[in-house]
Design a protein around this ligand. Structure first.
Ligand code: SF4
Length: 220
């Protein structure tokens, strides 16, 4: 099934939310806006929201948070508010969603088809080169603790973790490991969850820091 077909079928089945974005369909047009701006978006004149009509606008809208902070992964729950993106076709909607949440729809379509490939943390760390090579030395306990400190909505990440430490080592139970990838309390059948199929660069960088600290402690 193509991503476009997956998107079309999901919308027809009542899905209207991904991450912090609400999707509204009207004939063949689509509107996207921050879910917390729903009331404004539905007012006459769209409540003063800044109107965009090009899917490429999603790139700028999703790069920095409201306070100007760079968003280390697009799965962060600090998407800025105050905009409305109006798109003329399903293809443009797919393009915009791919800029807001890169690869999210592709991962979901692959998961549905049973072809989603997951990379466990050890495999990811063992692939690192240069200054990040050292990240692979992190202990299992250090990695489990880091998941609690970096992942999950308490740390502004809205993704559901699919990976383990390695094939034999699942994640320990925590708010972060239990999180289902859907911010807010919307019915799960109305949302696209966000999936984390491999640790992000931010997490790898944090592994390197912990690994160095562990090495320092071992030396005494
Ligand atoms: S590794 Fe953790 S912080 Fe990074 S994207 Fe995945 S869930 Fe989010």
């Amino acid at each position: 099934m193509s991503i476009l077909q997956f998107l079309s079928e999901s919308l027809a089945a009542g899905v209207h939310r991904i991450g912090q974005i609400e999707i509204q369909a009207l004939d063949s047009n689509f509107s996207l806006f921050h879910a917390e701006d729903q009331e404004l978006a539905n007012q006459p004149g769209h409540g003063g929201l800044e109107i965009h009509r090009d899917a490429d606008a999603a790139r700028d809208l999703s790069t920095y948070a409201e306070d100007g902070e760079y968003r280390f992964t697009k799965g962060q729950t600090n998407l800025r508010r105050g905009w409305l993106l109006i798109l003329p076709s399903l293809e443009e909607l797919r393009r915009a969603l791919d800029l807001f949440y890169p690869a999210a729809l592709g991962l979901l379509a692959a998961e549905k088809a049973g072809t989603l490939e997951i990379e466990n943390l050890r495999d990811k760390l063992n692939r690192q080169t240069g200054m990040y090579r050292f990240a692979r030395n992190i202990s299992d306990a250090g990695a489990q603790q880091l998941i609690r400190e970096v992942c999950g909505p308490a740390h502004q990440c809205a993704k559901r973790i699919l990976w383990q430490l390695d094939a034999r080592t699942p994640l320990e139970d925590s708010d972060a490991s239990r999180y289902d990838g859907v911010p807010g309390d919307l019915d799960r059948s109305e949302t696209f969850p966000l999936l984390c199929r491999e640790a992000c660069n931010h997490f790898v960088a944090e592994c390197r820091k912990v690994s160095k600290a562990e090495a320092g402690q071992a030396k005494g």
